[in-house]
Design a binder for this molecule. Structure first.
Ligand code: AGP
Length: 608
């Protein structure tokens, strides 16, 4: 998604803006720009299509010592990726950068006859609207911003400067994150805390409907109705090493490889294997409230949705009379689904900023349903709007493809399910196998990574020229297959779809030919034999089959077998997903693609 940075202080603004935008590159973008101000109205506006390196080429010829400015990386929504559509956008003496979508921009544009539009963007309408209040001097910059935002429908995170006042930045947000970094004699702006790391550990997370006038040594927050806000200064938990590659070639590989540690962080203080108990404080539900739960709605998008599906399969195994519905946020938010009163909604989101998931959360809250966040990004919008929650604590996930977050989201939701089961008096003997295995998972993941990475890399190279693939699994291996297919398609651009193995003969089997390879997730267990029969159906049609399994006796003549050396049984799909992650990663690197920033995608989809 787009990225915003801003600086006002005594240091060189261009340096911070460029380094800050580089920290936000992982969010996905297709153009970038910065503007810095000096006294007497001197402005340096630089914009470029494509990567930040193109912007740096322009910067090399336009070095300034200015100490105030704003910058932006744009992921195109209105108007193609181009220099003309890149932010900052200008109207008169005002320059603005914007994340989000102004839904009524066409209507507003019609009222701005005096402005000569140079782009196709909704953002330029916003800066022209602000200028319509600012240009004749009737309103200060912050008041002109307030007047304009009162007319806006849609979402925004903005930073605005004026060449007339090269010592102040106005910021505002509604539906798109905006963070104010509190420095010593300087103030920094960012849409994502990672841009602030190493500059300050103190930040103010603006809330929806708030506007702030920031200077190098003052920050004044108020609502759009001019009510003063006593903003809370919070600590930024991220550190530099968490947002750097640490010797890995790509963030995706780093984040796959750090899953033993990141899952351990998720479990810290929450799992008591000795006494077969889990202790989840975050949801904030009393024992009585937990006992009353009859229905779980699990909401997410993409990987978060798949994590919810898999967690749901587990939770129903050990919680009596609870129905579980896992839904896609972008669908559910528009349905008129009735949610029973004795329900709880789990809102799953790594970034905590996904627009559809956030909108779903707000719709569900209107029905008076308790909402519990399963979120990674501390202080994110979803994390602050849910009634309670469990941070998964995996640290920043930089690569667009979500990996370590999935593993921890599944386990965190299972721990929430165990918390319900404990409150409902489910026998410890039933819960103990789940708790024991969860406790062992960090080590099991480490063993899988250590023993199989090389083999997976070799196998992936053999399949890199295929254009199509099918992922297959039954029961808990089915949602895991969906996640594996998503991982492959989103980084390697190979067409990959997952099917419940039992569904194959109801249609998808017609696909099987030499254009496809089949990735089969084959856990030991009650459905093992049925799945083996399904593999035979695929082989009989000339399928190019790869099987990953923890079974010792699998011996069908498939092209490749990935044997998982583990005594984990219940959560073996988590280990299978680690294999899928590595398979997708190595395949993509073998194809020479940009694995951390796949085309067309963004890390956090803060627009609908
Ligand atoms: C997963 O690899 C994708 N990057 C994408 O599907 C992602 O999971 C989805 O956009 C949800 O993001 P969130 O967890 O930040 O809400």
């Amino acid at each position: 998604m787009c990225g915003i940075v801003g600086y006002v202080g005594d240091k060189n603004a261009q340096d911070f803006l460029i380094s800050g935008l580089k920290r936000l590159e992982y969010r996905g973008y297709d153009s970038a720009g910065i503007v810095t101000l000096a006294d007497k109205g001197d402005v340096t506006l630089l914009r470029a299509k494509g990567k930040i390196a193109n912007l740096e080429e322009k910067l090399a010829k336009n070095k300034r010592k200015d100490s105030i400015g704003v910058g932006h990386t744009r992921w195109a929504t209105h108007g193609e990726p181009s220099e003309a559509n890149a932010h900052p956008h200008r109207a008169g003496d005002i320059y603005l950068v914007h994340n989000g979508i102004i839904e009524n921009y066409k209507e507003l544009k019609g009222t701005l006859k005096g402005h000569e539009f140079k782009s196709e963007t909704d953002t330029e309408v916003l800066v022209a609207l602000i200028n319509s209040f600012y240009k004749d001097g009737k309103y200060s910059l912050v008041d002109a911003v307030v007047q304009a935002l009162k007319l806006v429908k849609g979402t925004y995170g903005i930073a605005v400067v004026s060449s007339k006042k090269p010592d102040e930045i106005v910021v505002a947000r509604s539906g798109s994150p905006l963070i104010i970094g509190v420095g010593n004699g300087e103030t920094l702006i960012a849409s994502d805390a990672s841009a602030l790391v190493g500059h300050t550990k103190r930040a103010i997370y603006l809330n929806d409907g708030e506007v702030a006038l920031v200077k190098k040594d003052s920050i004044e927050v108020k609502t759009l109705n001019a009510e003063p806000v006593s903003a809370k200064v919070e600590e930024i938990e991220t550190n530099l090493s968490a947002i750097q590659k640490g010797g890995f070639e790509h963030f995706m590989l780093k984040e796959i490889m750090e899953q033993p540690d990141s899952l351990a962080e998720t479990l810290r203080g929450r799992i008591d294997a000795k006494n077969a108990r889990v202790h989840l404080g975050g949801p904030g539900l009393s024992e009585a409230e937990l006992r009353k739960i009859k229905h779980l709605v699990i909401v997410g998008c993409g990987t978060a949705y798949h994590a919810g599906l898999l967690a749901g399969y587990y939770i129903e195994q050990f919680t009596p009379e609870i129905t579980i519905e896992t839904v896609i946020a972008s669908e559910y938010r528009y349905r008129s689904a009735y949610i029973p009163k004795d329900s709880v909604a789990l809102i799953v989101s790594q970034s905590g900023e996904t627009a559809d998931t956030l909108a779903c959360l707000r719709e569900i809250k209107k029905q008076g349903i308790k909402t519990i966040g399963i979120v990674n990004a501390i202080g994110s919008t979803i994390a602050r709007e849910v009634d309670g929650g469990t941070y998964v604590h995996v640290g920043p996930e930089i690569s667009v493809a979500s990996t370590k977050a999935f593993t921890s989201q599944v386990i965190a939701m299972v721990m929430f399910g165990l918390t319900i089961a404990q409150a409902k008096g489910v026998k410890p003997g039933i819960l103990k196998p789940y708790i024991d295995e969860i406790d062992k998972m960090p080590k099991a993941i480490e063993e899988t990574l250590d023993s199989l990475s090389k083999k997976i890399k070799e196998i992936s190279k053999k399949y890199k020229d295929y254009e199509h693939s099918i992922y297959l699994g039954r029961d808990i291996a089915y949602p895991t297959s969906m996640e594996g297919a998503l991982k492959l398609k989103e980084v390697s651009y190979i067409d990959a779809n997952a099917y419940a193995f039992g569904e194959l003969k109801h249609g998808p089997l017609a696909l099987v030919d030499d254009r496809f390879f089949e990735m089969v997730l084959l856990p030991k267990g009650a459905l093992y034999d049925k799945a083996v029969s399904n593999i035979q159906e695929v082989l009989a049609r000339g399928g190019h089959v790869i099987v990953m399994t923890n079974a010792d006796n699998f011996d069908l003549p498939v092209e490749n077998i990935i044997k998982i050396p583990t005594d984990i049984e219940i959560f073996v799909p988590i280990l299978m997903n680690i294999i899928s992650q590595l398979f997708a990663y190595y395949m993509t690197v073998a194809k020479g693609l940009n694995v951390d920033q796949p085309r067309n995608l963004a890390k956090s989809v803060t627009v609908e």
